[in-house]
Each structure stands twice: as C-alpha cells, then as structure tokens.
Design a protein around this ligand. Structure first.
Ligand code: CS2
Length: 497
C-alpha cells in the first residue's frame, strides 16, 4: 500500500486538474468505461469545457469493469492520464465525469439518464466486438442469444439493446433530439451504429413510432478516433504517483499523440471540441480509412508477426528487421494504393509518424492487446483493400499473411505452439476457430472452414480464391518454418511487383 494519500477532490493537485471548478452537469452518457475513453473523449471534453464551459459532464457506464467503476467512485470520480514517451512528464486529471457505474444491474439507471432532456449525446467506446455485427448479413446479428434476449425485453446485455431501450424511454418521456456517437474503430462508425440500431428496432414488435423518432430526431455522427492507450500496469501506477504526488489507483497511460476527426452532425448540440483540437470535417471517411488501414491494419500485422516471433511489445516487434520490412511493404504496396489521404496530410509524414509512435518503448504497448479480438478487427481493416487489390490483379501478400498469422496465434493447428504472447490474446471467435482446427489437418482445410462456416469475413472475400489460397499457404509455412520465413517469402513475392 502506498504511503502517499489517495487521489480525491481534496488531495488532487490543482495544477493537474483540467476542469478546475465544480464538475459540469451531465450532458453526455458514455457507454464503455475503458482506458481509451478515459484518455480520449474524456480529455477532449474536459479541455472543451475548460475553454468554453457548458453542461457536458460525462455519466459513464460499463457492462463489465465493475472494479474500475468502484475504484473511480473511491476517488471522487477522478483519475489521471499520464503521457508515456521519452522526454515528457505530463499528467492531467480530466475531472469531467459525473458518474461511473457498471454491471447489468445498473442498466435502468443508464436508460433513465439517456431519457433525460439534459442529455444531448450518447457516446460509445466498446471496441469493434461490441456492436453485434453479423458478417453474414452485414447487419445486426439476430442469431446472437444476447440480442435475442434484449429483443425479448430482458434487461439489455448488448450495446445496441441498451441504446434502443434508452431511446425508447426518451421518446416516451420527451421525444427530444439526441446524438449517438461511436468512438470505435469501425468504418463509417456513425452510419454503422445507426444500421445496428435500426436493425434492432425493425425486429421489435410495433416499432413504427420509435423508428420515426430515430429517423427524424437522432443523429449518428461519423468520427475517426486515434490515440494509442494500453492497459494500466503497476509501473504506470507508480509513475502516476511520482508525477502527481498522490496515489491514483486507476491512471491511464497514453502516448502524447492524439487525433479526432468528427463529422459535425450533432442534432442536440455538442461541446466546443474544436477548442480542444478536434478536427471537424465533412471528409471524415478519408480520415477513417487512412487510420483504419495505415495505423490499425499495420498494427494487426505488428501484433501477430511480433507475437509469433516471441515479442511482447509493439516496439520490440517493430524493431525486428523482417517486421519493419513487412510493415513498409504492406503500407506502401497494399494499403496506400487503396486510399486517398485527407487534404493537407502527406502519406510519407503520416507513415513516418506511425513508425515513431510504434517505437515508443516507454509506453510499451503489448502485442497481445492489439492482437486480441482479431475476428472483429481484421474484417474492418483487410476486407476492402484485399478485394480492391485482387480485382486489380495483385495478390496482397501481407494482407493474406496477416490473416494467416492471426489464425496461427488464435487457433493453432496440429499442436503448433504460437508462444506466450499469442496465447495471451483473446478473441470471441476462438472457440469456433478451435473447433475448425480440430476438424482440419492443414491450412487449406482450416481456411476453407473459416470462409465457409466462420461468419467472420464477408462472403465477398471468400470468393477471392487466389487470396484465400495464399492465406492457407502462408499458414502452413508459419507452422512448418515460422513467421520470419513466411514473411521472407512474402517479401520476395512483393519485390517482384
Ligand atoms: C489497435 C488500436 O487494438 C488495436 O487493434 O490497433 O487499439 C489502436 O491502438 C488505436 O486505434 C489507436 O488509435
């Protein structure tokens, strides 16, 4: 136990507080109380309130994270965000939350909060896995038992169910407009959230009034969010204490870099986020695609190649010469040709900046964090570029190898040991994939089951025979001779382009 006093309103160093006076009243209900939210939306909102005022306090809810919610309540809802990078000692306390609650027993409170006319925005960070997307139908996963339970009127267990019950209560009580803003790495995240919400409402009995209300009075802004935020470790807690002089049980480590590009489509108003550095643009899609492919797509490669090469952290992985070459090839030959950079941003400098962000040894982001949930991340990152390149007659070697490396990490065949960092990765599709593995003797059989029964990648991708055959071939090569050998084959083939 630390000898320093614990972080509370009474002990918080004033100089670190972003919002210095009383916490503003709730204007935002946030779903998903993870580290990313606490270092991104919460920081931008606190800075906007500090600059411009407004009732934009954040009432936050998490389906799980009960321990974190309890810890924050012990600290008067305060926590610090600590920049981790060489040559910085920044530590701030956003002080913007009005509540932190967690667990399914609290959903009625959340629904009631969404219904209040003073709530103007519902914001979301639940990761890609939280949207109940069916890859088979590209809509709401109506086969999911949790969605079925939510549709039957039980206390909502899913994000979409919870939002819809909140909107239903709002319609009943005041029918005021509201915005629903996804801050997750999904392409067209606002449009996608709307599709999921509408899919749920369509499956409800007598849903016409709710459908009309949502169509006319609820906006779903698209946005591109960016900041690398790992999980909190003991060393982060120790450093937070050193910088703050008080003991914070729940600090958030983050890189200094932060970016947020948002479509200005807030039907019920918003904080003055532009005063906190947010880019408002009607070209948000360009930012999203750039970030989802160049940062996140390449990040997945770093995570799976690194873990298979026994690297614990992203910087350790990035510094392996074969991984660095693979990264440059996937970025310049496979992702960049499939996108248009936003006006004013140069691809070369954005990519240089990515390499320096991935080199952050002080932050020490983990390959197992980035590699987790690949079944919900890879479809966003790989599908469209793969389809586009194959249609142009190019086999995207490293996109195929990324999928193969993910399979080798999550569902290793024939007793292959992917190493401790891959074993630490979690993936909601792992049981299904392992079942396919048990039925397969080689990469071709596994990949064929993945694409015929997996419901992970869009059916269109399954039709790209050259691409799926390449995934199988690379998977066999990883199992027989390791990731480096497979990457070298892919590099040789790419050189011939
Ligand atoms: C990462 C992201 O988990 C992942 O797959 O690529 O969490 C990444 O760190 C963030 O999107 C950075 O903005």
């Amino acid at each position: 136990m630390s000898e320093k006093s614990g972080l509370t309103r009474a002990t918080a160093p004033q100089s670190a507080l972003v919002v210095k006076g009383a916490t503003p009243k709730t204007g935002i209900v946030h779903l998903g109380l993870g580290n990313f939210h606490r270092a991104h939306l919460a920081v931008y909102t606190a800075k906007a309130v500090a600059a411009d005022g407004g009732d934009w306090g954040i009432f936050s809810y998490s389906f799980r994270s009960k321990t974190l919610a309890d810890a924050l309540n012990q600290q008067d809802l305060l926590y610090s965000v600590i920049d981790f990078a060489p040559n910085t000692n920044a530590a701030i306390i956003p002080a913007i939350h009005t509540a932190a609650i967690a667990g399914i027993d609290c959903v009625d409170e959340v629904i009631a909060e969404i219904a209040k006319p003073t709530t103007k925005i519902i914001s979301i960070t639940v990761t890609e896995a939280g949207y109940s997307i069916s890859q088979r139908t590209n809509g709401l996963d109506l086969d999911s038992p949790d969605i079925q339970s939510d549709l039957a009127g039980n206390p909502p267990k899913t994000l979409v169910g919870l939002i819809v019950r909140g909107l239903e209560a709002r319609l009943k009580e005041n029918a005021e407009p509201i915005s629903v803003m996804s801050c997750d790495n999904l392409s067209g995240n606002g449009d996608r959230t709307k599709r999921q919400v509408m899919g749920f409402i369509s499956a409800m009995p007598e849903s016409k009034p709710l459908m009309d209300y949502v169509s006319k009075n609820v906006s779903f802004p698209n946005s591109m969010v960016d900041r690398i935020v790992p999980g909190t470790e003991d060393r982060h807690i120790a450093l937070a204490e050193e910088r703050l002089g008080v003991h914070d049980t729940s600090p958030v480590p983050a890189e200094p870099f932060s970016m947020w590009a948002v479509e200005d489509n807030f039907i019920a108003g918003r904080p003055a986020w532009e005063k906190a550095g947010v880019i408002f643009t009607d070209r948000v899609e360009q930012f999203e695609v750039m970030k989802l492919r160049l940062l996140n797509g390449a990040h997945s490669l770093l995570a799976y190649f690194g873990a298979l090469d026994n690297q614990e952290t992203i910087p350790d992985s990035r510094f392996q010469p074969f991984i660095e070459k693979s990264l440059r090839t996937v970025l310049f030959h496979e992702y960049l040709p499939t996108l248009t950079m936003p006006t004013g941003l140069s691809a070369e400098s954005y990519i240089d900046q990515l390499f320096s962000r991935w080199s952050n040894t002080v932050l020490g982001d983990k390959t197992n964090r980035v590699g987790s949930d690949g079944s919900t991340k890879l479809p966003q990152r790989i599908t469209e570029p793969a389809i586009e390149l194959v249609k142009k007659g190019q086999v995207p070697e490293f996109l195929a190898l990324t999928v193969a490396a993910w399979l080798a990490c999550i569902a290793p065949l024939n007793g292959f040991d992917p190493g401790p960092h891959a074993r630490a990765m979690k993936d909601p599709a792992q049981p299904r994939l392992q079942e396919f593995t048990a039925r397969s003797t080689n990469g071709t059989e596994l990949v064929s089951l993945l694409f015929s029964e997996g419901n992970i990648f869009a059916p269109e991708l399954a039709k790209l025979n050259g691409f799926t055959a390449r995934i199988a071939e690379y998977l066999d090569q990883i199992l027989a001779s390791g990731i480096q050998s497979a990457a070298e084959t892919a590099l040789q083939r790419s050189d011939r382009l």
